[in-house]
Design a protein around this ligand. Structure first.
Ligand SMILES: *Cc1c(COP(=O)(O)O)cnc(C)c1O
Length: 419
């Protein structure tokens, strides 16, 4: 990777300029979007490599193009590393991203109109878990479960009741905005009772699972999908992991059923991220993510904000803004103005709409990668609360923006990258 963007500046100054501005935005702000992270320079090198030039339709040893001996080496390493880290029987590293990976599972096991169970989007589920605007919800008959209105925890009794009533062929667990531990074993037991296949979407949790701070879905769950770019800290991509009996069916759906050539530069970068995840330093990182999230949660509460479920067990926090008088959209915008990046999010039983919901979602993976610890989390909680309660106060916003820049400067990002 050419860290100074020399060629890019010459060939396409417009893109080079926007790219440079984006790198500076990442450096100067505080990234609290829980699905984002900062990959290592080694991952960037694999990603920006000539591996992007190669076509490799098929699988290791069975390609539809010549010249794949080195791609086979790379894909094999990615698969073997993932198997070892997750205790998976079978791994496919070719899905282009998390959303296609999920659809690939549905199309492997179901016919249009078949029943699946997934978590409601407003309660923390993902669009691809059956939302009506998503292909998943348009093609399959989704039954949605949610969280308990009082404690905001997944109501396993309700899940079992719904499963017995609707007899889904797949039960999905895993979420995009659920701040607590997901009991994979419990989901697997419920699925067994109704003869459904159990599926876990661990897009947000993959890094925490490898790091030992969240339970592993294996050996309980049948099929696991994950993105590779969230807590796992790899490139944008995905993996499907499953028990042996589903391997052939799923591989056939991924290719040739759904996709063409795999993105080999991504595969290599996934392999690099998995190598990094096998090191002791990754366990430390995962533990620090949770410590940081707990400290940030406490600081937000100490500064008069209400949290869904009262806190967090993982990397993310969902703030209920109802009592503050600002909406999620306004809070996101005011925080952005001072360089703090969060995203507006629905909260369970939200009375508002997805485009202007009652909550914001924040998480600590990206800041943890940058080296932030409990001391800074405490301060960041104060800053967030100040902005939320004074979203249009120019004096406070200006002062906060200055503090944000100082905090960011004290934890440099991509310091070898000269632009
Ligand atoms: C992020 C996410 C996805 C989708 O991943 P993309 O790569 O954005 O398509 C799927 N499921 C869950 C639970 C997610 O959090």
């Amino acid at each position: 990777m050419r860290y100074n963007l020399t060629m890019l500046k010459k060939t396409d100054p417009q893109i080079a300029k926007s790219l440079a501005k984006e790198i500076n935005r990442q450096r100067q702000g505080l990234e609290l979007i829980p699905s984002e992270n900062f990959v290592s320079e080694a991952v960037l090198e694999a990603l920006g490599s000539p591996l992007t030039n190669k076509y490799s339709e098929g699988y290791v040893g069975k390609r539809y193009y010549g010249g794949n001996q080195f791609i086979d080496e790379i894909e094999t390493l990615a698969i073997e590393r993932a198997k070892k880290l997750f205790y998976a029987e079978h791994v496919n590293v070719q899905p282009y991203s998390g959303s296609p990976a999920n659809l690939e599972i549905y199309f492997s096991l179901l016919q249009p109109g078949d029943t699946i169970m997934g978590m409601n989007l407003a309660h923390g589920g993902h669009l691809t878990h059956g939302h009506k605007v998503n292909l998943s919800g348009r093609i399959f008959n989704f039954v949605q479960y949610g969280v308990n209105p009082k404690n905001h925890l997944i109501d396993y009794k309700e899940v079992e009741k719904l499963a017995k009533k609707y007899r889904p062929k797949i039960i999905i667990c895993g979420a995009t905005a659920y701040p607590r531990i997901i009991k994979f074993k419990k989901f697997a037991e419920i699925a067994k009772k109704v003869k459904a296949v159990s599926m876990a979407d661990i897009a947000h949790l993959a890094g925490l699972i490898i790091g030992g701070v969240h339970p592993n879905p294996f050996p309980f769950i049948d099929i696991v999908t994950t993105t590779t770019h969230k807590t796992l800290r790899g490139p944008r991509g995905a993996m499907i992991m499953c028990k042996k009996e589903y391997a052939e069916m799923i591989d056939k759906t991924v290719f040739p059923g759904f996709q063409g050539g795999p993105h080999n530069h991504t595969t290599a970068a996934i392999a690099v991220a998995l190598k990094e995840a096998s090191l002791p330093s990754f366990k430390k990182y995962a533990r620090q993510i949770v410590k940081n999230a707990k400290t940030l949660a406490q600081s937000l509460k100490d500064n008069n904000l209400t949290l869904i479920s009262g806190g967090t067990d993982n990397h993310l926090i969902l703030v209920d803004l109802t009592k503050t008088g600002v909406t999620g959209k306004q809070a996101e915008k005011s925080l952005e103005a001072v360089g703090i990046y969060v995203n507006k999010n629905m909260i369970p039983y939200d009375q508002r709409t997805p485009f202007n919901p009652s909550g914001i979602r924040l998480g600590t993976p990206a800041l943890t990668t940058r080296g932030f610890k409990e001391k800074e989390m405490k301060i960041i909680g104060q800053l967030i609360s100040q902005v939320v309660y004074n979203p249009e106060n120019p004096v406070i916003l200006k002062k906060t923006a200055r503090q944000v820049k100082e905090l960011a400067r004290s934890h440099p990002l991509y310091s070898k990258l000269k632009i």
